[in-house]
Design a protein around this ligand. Structure first.
Ligand SMILES: *Cc1c(COP(=O)(O)O)cnc(C)c1O
Length: 391
């Protein structure tokens, strides 16, 4: 049997707080027990608060890819044009769903270390008549970058285009306002910045999006992918289309409560502060950020180019084997080009960042890379002079 890591600082799933672990392990209730109905209702209300929205929220019972595919399946009719923004692996992935459901993907792509310029979105919408949907990834976790959804969504709305946002690693860690930002369908996951276990799709749905789903020639119903089944069953009758993942809902209620107790804005600001500190540490070590410019670096993870002369396998393998610290490498097309330091959920804290950077430094030194131990940790901590958990 393999030894387990001392710290899981991967790009998700992430470590759970003790409170979440405890709450998740409560006795499993029958899903029609009044106590579970109450808990599911309460959890939905908490999710609405964390999303800062009055839109309906739907909790689909499968990892966030389910929510993303469900959005495509329920919204896109054959022949619909979808402007798909691609700035990384997940943006490109969504194209497969668009095409699978008969849509016509119109791609607006930038290199995977960059973000889409909102003005280019406007130009694309002007240039291509008949676009019905726009899809965009908020936080491109594999690249450690963010797209300016707050600017892109309102542009799409000007053109009467519905916006589908993958905010799987955005919710919690980045600011997000569905109504104000012109988002029609948002999909998040508990296992990234919210610091929960994987297994659910957390969705916010605008009235316009419901209208499109219901007004289609053949609305998607009677399917695991049907968001309408959840609307009809849960929102309209407090019933479930099938048995929900009871223990995952306990964990979700727990992490959402923890976010709200801290405050949504403060929770995101904590992630932003640790992201900034992490980048300062990386730069001080003479390493290069993957993001083309720092303004587009996200709060969930910090992506770093693999230093010349080292391999991903050496670097991450060493951290994991020698020191028990698990971090993520490049994903998909980015494999071998970068590694990612995770700072989501409880890891968005100086303690975890200090440990992570210190072990990275120790690893680099072990591998013969010229650094002075403490340089990165020092630079990171120097940015955190205002930190105070007691406030
Ligand atoms: C984690 C994540 C998903 C979910 O994908 P998995 O490969 O199942 O983890 C989708 N989109 C983004 C941006 C993510 O970070």
């Amino acid at each position: 049997m393999k030894n387990w890591p001392k710290m899981n600082l991967a790009a998700g799933p992430v470590e759970l707080t003790e409170r979440t672990l405890r709450d998740q392990s409560r006795p499993v209730l029958y899903h029609y027990d009044p106590a579970f109905i109450e808990l599911f209702e309460h959890t939905s209300a908490l999710l609405q608060k964390v999303y800062q929205t009055r839109y309906d929220v739907i909790i689909m019972q499968g990892e966030a890819i389910l929510g993303l595919e469900a959005a495509a399946a329920c919204l896109i009719s054959p022949g619909d044009k979808v402007l798909n923004l691609v700035s990384g692996v997940f943006g490109k992935w969504f194209e497969l769903f668009i095409e699978k459901y008969g849509g016509e993907a119109v791609e607006l792509a930038v290199p995977y270390n960059d973000a889409v310029d909102p003005e280019d979105v406007r130009a694309a919408l002007k240039r291509t008549p008949g676009i019905k949907f726009l899809s965009v990834v908020h936080s491109e976790t594999p690249s450690g970058t963010v797209n300016a959804v707050q600017a892109i969504g309102p542009i799409a709305r000007e053109f009467g285009v519905l916006t589908i946002v993958d905010t799987v690693s955005g919710l919690g860690g980045e600011p997000l306002c569905p109504e104000e930002w012109g988002i029609d369908v948002a999909v998040a996951g508990p296992q990234k910045c919210l610091g929960g276990p994987p297994g659910l799709s957390l969705m916010a749905i605008s009235p316009e999006a419901w209208k499109v789903m219901e007004g289609r020639k053949s609305p998607v119903r009677g399917s695991f992918l049907s968001i309408l089944d959840w609307k009809n069953a849960w929102l309209e009758q407090q019933r479930f289309p099938y048995t929900p993942s009871v223990s995952d809902i306990y964990a979700l209620e727990s992490v959402l409560s923890q976010v709200l107790e801290e405050g949504v804005a403060r929770y995101a600001a904590r992630h932003a502060a640790i992201g900034r500190a992490c980048r300062a540490g990386i730069k001080a070590l003479g390493l290069s950020l993957w993001a083309a410019h720092e303004e587009i670096a996200g709060n969930a993870v910090t992506a770093v180019k693999i230093p010349e002369g080292l391999s991903d396998k050496q670097l991450r393998g060493h951290m994991r084997e020698r020191y028990g610290v698990m971090i993520s490498g490049g994903y998909g097309e980015l494999a071998g080009q970068l590694f990612r330091l995770g700072h989501m959920g409880k890891a968005a804290h100086p303690t975890y960042l200090a440990a992570q950077l210190a072990i990275l430094e120790r690893t680099l030194a072990d591998l013969g890379w010229p650094i002075e131990l403490g340089t990165g940790v020092g630079a990171a901590m120097a940015t955190l002079n205002d930190w105070d958990d007691s406030k």
